[in-house]
Structures are given as structure tokens and as C-alpha cells.
Ligand binder design. Structure first.
Ligand SMILES: [Zn+2]
Length: 275
């Protein structure tokens, strides 16, 4: 990893609301202006599918205006195992997302309650977890522990980043250790597992929250349905690994409508406030 100063024009909600680019619903394929999708909080007006929200927009939706302070914004990956084409992939992910990496971290206030927050970015290699993602999330937990602050985390991830090999898998243990120390110091951690939260992220910090919520219809699971069917020889239901299935089976505490997140999290932060 290295720190670089990059000239980057992040995209905010106002940019999406002003965009006449045509986008497609991730489920039904309906085409519409990006502005129309953004007006509906990225919920498809045709099929009601919760489309993915860019991380920086999610932070705007949740946090009190002007309170978000970003940590480690300029940290980028340096291809630790020399994986072919990884540098190009990073470049195109940076261009696509207008972000340096797959997670944005910092501190903020939600409903006047101070907290730390991390939000993963699906437009950056599908939020895959490499060393920078792991380092940034570890750092936000360490800051929160040192300052007795709760952590709010939004996950979206295809899992570990294969271009970093074993180093990406190590992030699972590293972040989990930081979550444990945060928890041992009696600090609150809420996770919202958004569509899709899978692989090594599900197998570590996405399932370690004191409260774990999700959104309607989100895919939350470890290995894919087909892989499990092939290994076990069992037929799995169509709803397998939907948020609704995981709620029924005890992996989630609640499914919260997107428009209610700010209020819901604000209430929980208030209940767990230390001072
Ligand atoms: Zn749709």
C-alpha cells in the first residue's frame, strides 16, 4: 500500500440527481435516466428492486449534513504479489467509481450521535476485499476503540480479492481482531449487509455486528447456491441466501426499508450512547 494524492472528482448525490445518463435496473433491466433512479433512493420504480447505492451517496443519505470526515482517503493498493493485469484493473475501477479503493471510512454524526462509519463501494471491483480495504476498516475500528465510538458498517462485496492472493484472506482475521478489541471495550457495532454481501466479508466482519440488518431482497451468503448444490447434492430453495431467508434462519436481526435506515440507526446509536 502507498499514500498518493490523486486528483479525483468524487460523485455525490447531487451529481446523480443531475445526470441524464441512461442506467439499467439491476434486476428487471428497465432503462431510465440516472436522475430518476437517484430520486427514488436507487430503488427501481418498475420492479422495486433495491439497486446498489454508491458508497459516498450512502454516507450522504445516513449522516448529518457536513459531519463526515474521511480517514485514509489517499491509500491505494500497490499490487503486492505482482498479479498480472491487476494495476490495469485498479485503474479502471478507480475511473468507474471515482474512488481510490473499495471502502470509504471516517467519522460522522447520525441524528446528532457521534460514530465511526465504513461503507464498501460496489463500483470498485465489486467491493472485493484486498489489503487496503482490510487496513482501512481495521484503522476505523482502532480509532473507534480509542475514542469509545460505535461503528456503523455497510458491506457489499463479492468476497476476497483474488489478485492479492493469501494477503486478501489475511484481512478476514485482521479486521475480525479489531472488531473483537472494539467489542471487548464495550463499544457498539451495527452492520448493514447490502446486496450482495458474500464470501470472505460474510465469513468475517459482516457477521460480527451486535446488530445485523439488511435490505429487502439483498443477497447475503457465503458460497453461491450452485456451488453448495454441487457439493452437497441437495436442491436448495429459490429464496436461499436472500435477506428474508437469512432473517428467518437467525443470521439477520432485521430487514429495514432504505428510507428508514437513518432513523433506525439513529435510534440504536442513541440507545447505545456512552456519554
Ligand atoms: Zn427494476
Amino acid at each position: 500500500m502507498e499514500q498518493v494524492k490523486t486528483e479525483m472528482k468524487h460523485k455525490y448525490l447531487s451529481d446523480y440527481l443531475a445526470s441524464d445518463a441512461v442506467v439499467k435496473c439491476q434486476k428487471c433491466g428497465a432503462e431510465m435516466a440516472e436522475s430518476k433512479m437517484a430520486e427514488q433512493m436507487f430503488i427501481c420504480p418498475e420492479c422495486k428492486k433495491y439497486n446498489r447505492v454508491p458508497a459516498r451517496v450512502r454516507i450522504e443519505m445516513l449522516c448529518d449534513k457536513g459531519t463526515f470526515e474521511e480517514f485514509n482517503a489517499d491509500v491505494v493498493s500497490n499490487n503486492p504479489i505482482g498479479f498480472p493485469d491487476y494495476d490495469d484493473k485498479i485503474k479502471s475501477a478507480t475511473k468507474k467509481s471515482q474512488e481510490n479503493e473499495g471502502v470509504i471510512c471516517g467519522k460522522a454524526k447520525i441524528g446528532s450521535n457521534p460514530c465511526c462509519i465504513f461503507v464498501m463501494e460496489s463500483n470498485f471491483m465489486m467491493g472485493s476485499m484486498g489489503s487496503v480495504v482490510g487496513d482501512k476498516i481495521t484503522a476505523v475500528f482502532e480509532y473507534a476503540t480509542a475514542h469509545s465510538l460505535p461503528v456503523i458498517g455497510y458491506t457489499v462485496s463479492g468476497g476476497a480479492r483474488m489478485q492479492e492472493g493469501m494477503i486478501s484472506l489475511m484481512q478476514m482475521a485482521k479486521v475480525s481482531g479489531a472488531v473483537k478489541r472494539h467489542n471487548d471495550a464495550k463499544n457498539f457495532y451495527l452492520v448493514c449487509a447490502t446486496d450482495p454481501t458474500t464470501g470472505g466479508v460474510t465469513a468475517s466482519f459482516a457477521m460480527l455486528g451486535d446488530v445485523i440488518i439488511s435490505e429487502p431482497g439483498a443477497l447475503v451468503g457465503f458460497a453461491g447456491k450452485r456451488v453448495i448444490e454441487q457439493v452437497t447434492g441437495e436442491k436448495l430453495p429459490d429464496t436461499f441466501q436472500s435477506a428474508e431467508f437469512q432473517l428467518k434462519n437467525g443470521f439477520l436481526d432485521a430487514i429495514v426499508e432504505r428510507s428508514e435506515h437513518r432513523e433506525y440507526i439513529s435510534t440504536l446509536l442513541k440507545m447505545h450512547r456512552k456519554v
